[in-house]
Design a protein around this ligand. Structure first.
Ligand SMILES: C[S@@+](CC[C@H](N)C(=O)[O-])C[C@H]1O[C@@H](n2cnc3c(N)ncnc32)[C@H](O)[C@@H]1O
Length: 234
């Protein structure tokens, strides 16, 4: 599943260019029995199966041993568990991840994971208030959003990501247009075609603030840098 999701687009291109290296690890390789069992029934009953702690510990410790000396672990490695109970994922986390040397992502399955596995992780991250069947989709989303921030991955350098939604100003991105100038009676706003850079920037900012207040007032309430005396907010 992860190979399918990550074997395309920018992430695959970044890997081919040597800008990132991604390895998938099969938890079953760390099982001790012939059936390669990684789950067990929950103590005290309940529906579904839980992932065993021993296979997770051995898998993560093996990965850590391959990438870094244990005393440097805290500084350069994050061990990230995908879980609905985690901190909601944001662009700020993607930025933080993009500055790490190594990231180990844990994809849960079944009814969940033995509680002791939590001791292994540095970050617990949720992709939103809904329940998926496994951690692969959240993990692929985290990898994709992190890799595109790495230097050299996107054409256009840092400028390509600087003015996007959830960027430094904390706003959603303003509407954008391409050719043709009029399509089915819908015209591109004049300000974007007459080439006045200062007016274009002011329009974009106004639009970004309007859009953010309509769709995501919570972002404005959080107080990004845009809030500091911007006349567009009056
Ligand atoms: C079926 S879910 C387990 C849900 C768990 N019983 C609960 O109620 O929180 C199986 C796995 O999918 C992943 N997962 C599901 N929803 C997720 C979300 N919103 N964010 C991150 N990971 C999620 C987690 O790794 C989880 O261990």
């Amino acid at each position: 599943m992860l190979r399918g999701l990550l074997g395309e687009s920018m992430v695959a291109r970044a890997a081919r260019a040597g800008l990132v290296s991604i390895r998938t690890v099969d938890l079953r390789d760390f099982a001790r029995d012939r059936r390669r069992t990684v789950d067990g029934r929950p103590y005290s009953g309940g529906p579904g199966m839980l992932m065993r702690p021993d296979v997770w510990y051995e898998a993560v410790e093996t990965c850590l041993g391959k990438v870094v000396k244990v005393e440097r672990v805290e500084k350069v490695v994050k061990v990230v568990l995908a879980t609905p109970a985690g901190t909601p994922y944001t662009q700020r986390m993607a930025e933080e991840f993009s500055r790490c040397e190594h990231l180990i992502f844990l994809c849960g399955h079944y009814e969940g994971i033995d509680e002791r596995v939590r001791r292994l992780v540095t970050d617990e991250v949720s992709m939103g208030d809904f329940v998926l069947t496994g951690g692969e989709i959240p993990v692929a989303a985290m990898i994709d959003s992190t890799v595109r921030l790495l230097p050299g991955v996107l054409g256009g350098g840092a400028a390509a990501t600087a003015h996007e939604s959830f960027g430094a100003d904390g706003l959603l991105e303003a509407p954008q247009y391409t050719r043709p100038p009029v399509y089915r009676g819908m015209a591109v706003p004049d300000v974007l075609v007459n080439g006045d850079h200062a007016k274009t920037e002011a329009w974009r900012r106004r639009q970004a603030i309007d859009l953010t207040s309509r769709r995501r007032p919570d972002l404005l309430e959080m107080g990004g840098t845009y809030a500091a005396g911007d006349p567009a907010l009056d």
